[in-house]
Write a protein that binds this ligand. Structure first.
Ligand SMILES: CC(C)(COP(=O)(O)OP(=O)(O)OC[C@H]1O[C@@H](n2cnc3c(N)ncnc32)[C@H](O)[C@@H]1OP(=O)(O)O)[C@@H](O)C(=O)NCCC(=O)NCCS
Length: 492
C-alpha cells in the first residue's frame, strides 16, 4: 500500500503515516454503516476509486467475511482504525480515536479527504459524474418531478404520497408572506447593496420575528423549516424590488412555487402579470438542479453553524454568505460577466483561455472545474440541453450560448483542462437560462440560494437529529512563534 507523508519537508516527531492495510478485527462505531461482511457484492466501476485503494482491493475486502480495520503505523506505534463503508461502497477510515491513541491529527486543508458526517440525502460520484437525490438520479428527477416534490424528497429521503405532497404544498404556500416590519429592514439597506447580502441579513433577521426557532425542539425546527422554504422567494424578490425602487409584491397563493417567484419579481401593482409557463418550467428545472449537492462549502457551513446549537435561520444566513463567494455560487454571475466581456470584444475566447491557464493572470475559466467532479457535471449536461430548448421555446437567440460552447470546445481539447479534469459545472450554463428569463445578473446567485434552500434545511435537520453530531471544531497545525517573554513597549 502507498505510504502517505504527513509533513512533506520535515520529519514529524512521531514518524510518517505509513500504511493503510486491511486487517480482520472487529469494527467499532459501525451502527450507521453496513459492515463490510454484510455488503452485497459491489458492481465496481473501474475509474471510481482512488488509486491507493484499488477496485480489486475493495472487491477483495468486500468478499471477505470478517469486518476490516485499517492499520496505521507511526514510528514504533501501530494502531487499528475501524473502516466504514457507505451504501454506495464509499470507504472511510474512522479516525475519531486517532488523536487519543497517537497524539497526531490529520492535516487536510479544504477537507477534500474528510468525511465530516454521514448523510442519507444526496449521493455524488465525482469520477463518474453521478448525482442522486435519495437514490433518484438527477436526470430522472429533472425530467419527471417538480421543485416542491424535490423539497419534500430531500427533507424525508423518500417520495411523498399524494396527500403528503398536498399538505406540504399547502404549508409552503401559506407561509410566504413576510412580517410587515421586516420590510423596513430592506428599506434601510442601500439600494446598490448586493442582493445576496440583503438575503443573508433578512434570513438571519427571521429569528428575531420567530423566536421559537431557538427552542431546539423538533416541532419548532420543522416550523422554521416550512417558514424558511416558504419565505425565501419573497425575501429574494423583495431584495430585487428594493434595488430598483419598485413596490414589494405580496405573494399569490394561487400560483405555483416557481410562478409565484416570477410574479413577485416582475409583477407590479399597475398591470396584470401572468407568468409564462415556459419560463415557469425552466425556473423549476433550475431550482431542482440546485436543490442539494451534499457537503459543499455552503452546506457544510450551515451544518457547522447548526452544530453549535444555533437556530435554522442563523445557520442558513451563514450558508447564504458562503454561497455568495465567486468560487462557489457566485460563479454563475461571474460566468455571464465573462461571456459578456468576450462578446463585447474585450478579449477573444482563445485569448481568455490562455489567460485562464496562466497562474499569475489571476483569472480562471469560471464555471469550469469542481472539487468533487472530475467528469462532466451532470447538472451542466442537463442545463446545456435546456439552454437550447428554453431559447427555442421563447423564440430567442443568444450569442452568449455560442461563446460558451466555443469556450467549452477549446477546454475539452486543451491538455491543461483535460489533464486537470476540468469540465463545465452547474454555473457554466445556468446564467444563459436565467438571462433568457429576464433575471438580472446580480440576482443569479440569489436564485441559486432559493434552489439550495431545501438542501440546506434538510442537511441542517439531519445534522440536528444525528446522535453522532458534535460541535464542529477542527484542529490546526500551529506554525507560529514558540513561547517567548513579553517585552514592554518602551523596551522593544
Ligand atoms: C471549483 C474550484 C474552486 C475547485 O477548486 P479545487 O478543488 O480546490 O481545485 P484547485 O483550485 O486545486 O484546482 C486544481 C488545478 O486546476 C486548476 N483549475 C481549477 N479550476 C480552474 C479553472 N476554472 N480555470 C483554470 N484552472 C483551473 C488549478 O489552477 C489547479 O492547477 P494546478 O494543479 O496546476 O495548480 C475551482 O475549479 C474553480 O475555481 N473553478 C472556477 C470557479 C467556479 O466555477 N466555481 C463554481 C463551482 S460549482
Amino acid at each position: 500500500m502507498t505510504g502517505v507523508s504527513l509533513m512533506p519537508d520535515a520529519a514529524h516527531p512521531l514518524g510518517s503515516l505509513s500504511a493503510v492495510e486491511s486487517q480482520g478485527l472487529p469494527i467499532e462505531g459501525m451502527h450507521k454503516f453496513l459492515p463490510l461482511n454484510t455488503m452485497p457484492s459491489p458492481t465496481l466501476r473501474t475509474e471510481s476509486k482512488p488509486a491507493a485503494l484499488t477496485p480489486a482491493a475493495v472487491v477483495s475486502m468486500m468478499n471477505q467475511t470478517v469486518p476490516k480495520t485499517a492499520k496505521l503505523t507511526i514510528g514504533d506505534l501501530q494502531i487499528d482504525l475501524p473502516m466504514l463503508i457507505g451504501t454506495e461502497n464509499e470507504i472511510a477510515i474512522d479516525i475519531r480515536q486517532l488523536r487519543a491513541k497517537t497524539g497526531a491529527i490529520t492535516y487536510d486543508p479544504g477537507l477534500g479527504n474528510t468525511g465530516a458526517c454521514s448523510s442519507k440525502i444526496t449521493f455524488l460520484d465525482g469520477e463518474q459524474g453521478t448525482l442522486r437525490y435519495a437514490g433518484y438520479s438527477i436526470e430522472e428527477i429533472a425530467q419527471k418531478s417538480n421543485f416542491v416534490e424535490v423539497m419534500w424528497l430531500l427533507l424525508h429521503q423518500r417520495l411523498p404520497l399524494a396527500a403528503e405532497l398536498a399538505q406540504f404544498s399547502h404549508d409552503i404556500t401559506y407561509h410566504t408572506m413576510l412580517h410587515e416590519n421586516l420590510k423596513q429592514l430592506f428599506s434601510s439597506l442601500p439600494k446598490s447593496g448586493h442582493p445576496m447580502a440583503v438575503c443573508a441579513a433578512s434570513v438571519g433577521a427571521l429569528s428575531t420575528f420567530y423566536q421559537d426557532s431557538s427552542s431546539g425542539s423538533d416541532e419548532h425546527n420543522w416550523i422554521s423549516a416550512i417558514r424558511l422554504l416558504a419565505k425565501m422567494p419573497t425575501i429574494a424578490a423583495y431584495s430585487y424590488k428594493h434595488s430598483i425602487g419598485q413596490p414589494f409584491m405580496y405573494p399569490r397563493n394561487d400560483l405555483s412555487y416557481a410562478a409565484n417567484i416570477l410574479y413577485m419579481l416582475f409583477g407590479t401593482p399597475c398591470e396584470k402579470y401572468e407568468p409564462n409557463p415556459v419560463m415557469v418550467r425552466a425556473l423549476d428545472l433550475l431550482l431542482i438542479l440546485h436543490a442539494d449537492h451534499e457537503q459543499n462549502c455552503s452546506t457544510s457551513t450551515v451544518r457547522t453553524v447548526g452544530s453549535s446549537g444555533a437556530n435554522l435561520f442563523a445557520s442558513v444566513s451563514a450558508g447564504i454568505s458562503a454561497l455568495w463567494g465567486p468560487l462557489h455560487g457566485g460563479a454563475n454571475q461571474d460566468v455571464i460577466e465573462m461571456l459578456l466581456s468576450i462578446r463585447e470584444g474585450k478579449r477573444t475566447a482563445k485569448e481568455f483561455m490562455e489567460l485562464a491557464k496562466k497562474k499569475d493572470s489571476g483569472m480562471r475559466l469560471v464555471g469550469f472545474g469542481h472539487r468533487v467532479y472530475k467528469n462532466y457535471d451532470p447538472r451542466a449536461q442537463i442545463l446545456k440541453k435546456a439552454c437550447y430548448e428554453v431559447l427555442d421555446q421563447l423564440g430567442r437567440k443568444d450569442s452568449l450560448l455560442d461563446i460558451a460552447i466555443e469556450l467549452e470546445q477549446i477546454a475539452l481539447n486543451d491538455s491543461y483542462f483535460v489533464e486537470r479534469k476540468l469540465y463545465p459545472n452547474v454555473d457554466f450554463y445556468s446564467g444563459i437560462i436565467y438571462k433568457a428569463l429576464g433575471i438580472p445578473v446580480e440576482m443569479f446567485t440569489v436564485f441559486f440560494a432559493i434552489g439550495r434552500m431545501p438542501g440546506w434545511v434538510s442537511q441542517w435537520l439531519e445534522c440536528r437529529k444525528d446522535p453522532e453530531t458534535r460541535i464542529t471544531r477542527p484542529r490546526q497545525m500551529y506554525t507560529g512563534a514558540t513561547v517567548r517573554s513579553y517585552t514592554s513597549v518602551e523596551k522593544r
